[in-house]
Design a protein around this ligand. Structure first.
Ligand code: PXL
Length: 271
C-alpha cells in the first residue's frame, strides 16, 4: 500500500482540493497524509468574500515534527498553493521521499486562460520552480501556457499539443499529463508524454457543455491513485477522463450545485 502526502489548501465548502483528494485517494487504497497550505471558507471561483488563513508558518512546524519522527512517503502530491514561500518548503520535502518515491505537481493556479483571482505572478514563478523538481506534472492547457511563458490558445492542433508536452518535459519532469486537450470541437481529454521512452498516450471523451470547479483536482487524484495501483498510462487516462464526464452528467441536472461536481456516487459506482 502506498503512502503519500497531499499539499494543497482546504477549501471548506465547494468540493475541490483536499476535500476531493482525500476521498478519491482513500477509495484507491492510498494512505494520504495532509499538509494544508491554507484554509479558505470556499474556493475562489464563483464565490465572493471568501476567507483565507495562510498556514505557511504552521507548515514549517509540521514538516519539522515529521522529520523528527522520521516520517517518509512514497509520493508528495501538490495542488493549489496560496503563498509563494511554500514552494521552497515543498522542494525541501523531497528528502522525505522513500526510494522510488515521486513528486506529483498539479500546478493548480489557472483555467480558461486566466490565473485564479487570489493568485499573482509570484505563484507562477514559484510553480515554475516546483515543476523543475517534479517527477510528474498535471497541468491543464492554461497552466501549461503560464509555465512555458506562452500565450494561451484554444485552437491548438494535435501536433502542437505534442510539441507542448515535450517543452513541458524539457522544464524537468519525466512525465507530463496535459489535460483539456482537444483534437476537434466535440471532444476533450488528456495527453501524456514520458521523456525517457518518448511515449505519447492520449484519450478523448465527448466534450460536455458545462465546466465545473474541482474537476482538475478530482482528475489529478484519480490519476495518482490509479498509477500507484499499477494501472497502465492509457487505462489511467481513459478511466479518469470517463470518470469526470460521469461527474459532470451527475451534476448537470442539479441547478443548486454550480460550484463543483457531485463525484460521490460516481466514486461509489466505480469501485
Ligand atoms: O480547484 C482548484 C482550486 C483549489 N483551491 C482553491 C481554488 C481552486 C480553484 O479555483 O480557488 C482555493
Amino acid at each position: 500500500m502506498s503512502k503519500i502526502v497531499s499539499v494543497q489548501d482546504i477549501s471548506c465548502y465547494g468540493q475541490c482540493s483536499l476535500t476531493v483528494a482525500l476521498p478519491v485517494l482513500s477509495a484507491y487504497g492510498v494512505e494520504t497524509a495532509i499538509l494544508p497550505s491554507g484554509i479558505l471558507s470556499t474556493h475562489t471561483g464563483g464565490f465572493t468574500g471568501f476567507t483565507f488563513l495562510d498556514l505557511t508558518e504552521e507548515m514549517a512546524k509540521i514538516i519539522d515534527h515529521w522529520k523528527k519522527e522520521n516520517i517518509t512517503f512514497d509520493g508528495i502530491y501538490t495542488g493549489y498553493i496560496g503563498d509563494a514561500r511554500q514552494f521552497d518548503m515543498i522542494k525541501d520535502m523531497r528528502s522525505m521521499l522513500n526510494p522510488g518515491g515521486k513528486l506529483y505537481v498539479d500546478p493548480a493556479m489557472a483555467d480558461h486562460g486566466k490565473l485564479y483571482p487570489a493568485l499573482g505572478p509570484e505563484i507562477v514563478e514559484g510553480m515554475k520552480s516546483l515543476v523543475r523538481e517534479a517527477d510528474i506534472i498535471l497541468p491543464n492547457i492554461t497552466e501549461a501556457a503560464f509555465l512555458l511563458g506562452e500565450d494561451y490558445r484554444e485552437d491548438m492542433k494535435r501536433d502542437e499539443y505534442i510539441e507542448m508536452v515535450k517543452r513541458l518535459a524539457d522544464l524537468g519532469p519525466e512525465t507530463v499529463i496535459l489535460t483539456g486537450v482537444s483534437t476537434d470541437p466535440t471532444n476533450i481529454g488528456a495527453m501524456s508524454y514520458v521523456k525517457s521512452t518518448g511515449d505519447i498516450t492520449e484519450y478523448y471523451a465527448q466534450r460536455q457543455e458545462k465546466s465545473y470547479h474541482g474537476t482538475g483536482d478530482i482528475f489529478s487524484s484519480l490519476l495518482i491513485g490509479k498509477l500507484l495501483n499499477g494501472s497502465s498510462m492509457y487505462d489511467t487516462i481513459k478511466d479518469s477522463c470517463d470518470f469526470i464526464v460521469e461527474c459532470i452528467k451527475e451534476t448537470d441536472s442539479d441547478p443548486n450545485h454550480p460550484y463543483g461536481v457531485k463525484f460521490e456516487k460516481v466514486l461509489a459506482r466505480n469501485r
